[in-house]
Design a protein around this ligand. Sequence first.
Ligand SMILES: N[C@@H](CCC(=O)N[C@@H](CS)C(=O)NCC(=O)O)C(=O)O
Length: 212
Amino acid sequence: MKFYSFPPSPNVRKVSAVIAHLGIDDVEPQLVNLAKGEHKQPDFLAINPMGRLPALTDDRGLVLWESNAICQFLCERHGDTPFYPRDARTRADIARWLFWEASAWARPTEILTHENVRKPMLGVGEPDAAQVRQGEEQFRPLAALLDEHLSTRKFLVGDTVTLADFVVAGAATYLERGRFPIADFPHLQAWWDRLHQIPAWKDTIPSADLPS
Ligand SMILES: N[C@@H](CCC(=O)N[C@@H](CS)C(=O)NCC(=O)O)C(=O)O
């Protein structure tokens, strides 16, 4: 399978972390350099007409985009694991967090990532103070929800790491460099620290340098 990737991208990082955690060995990363606009070139648009990363293809006609769908597919294909148990109730709980990430959490995390990390990284201007303020305002109530949820459990779905954690945390990949306002959320911070004990999570932290 080909995994169209750009390592600094938070949505790509979700998939990279899943691949590393499950020890999947038949996925070949294919760099699509966002910094050079390769994601808007016709050959990549033929794979993902949205012009976004990540995407996954195989030689049997699979063409999949949307990071959470790719993560789910890889987990499902890997079988019944504690990371993605077959039990229907647990899977529904994981799915809830995946939908929540895509429909709510991704918005402020993307704004703060764009303003505080991507702009300086790509050299495309200063952070826009009004956008940062809006990102922070949208972030706080969602972070409070996570903080409350994590006050009684180690991970989002009980006391074992699951795909739900990698997807929600993946969107917040630049929590520190993006200056996400987490000071008031100790359970969220503790969960973040706990995730960093997991080798696949720690090993897929994007480097500060752009791929060439
Ligand atoms: N909902 C999509 C979002 C994908 C997305 O926005 N990816 C970013 C990188 S993190 C991207 O390709 N941005 C390029 C652009 O929007 O031009 C997913 O989860 O895959």
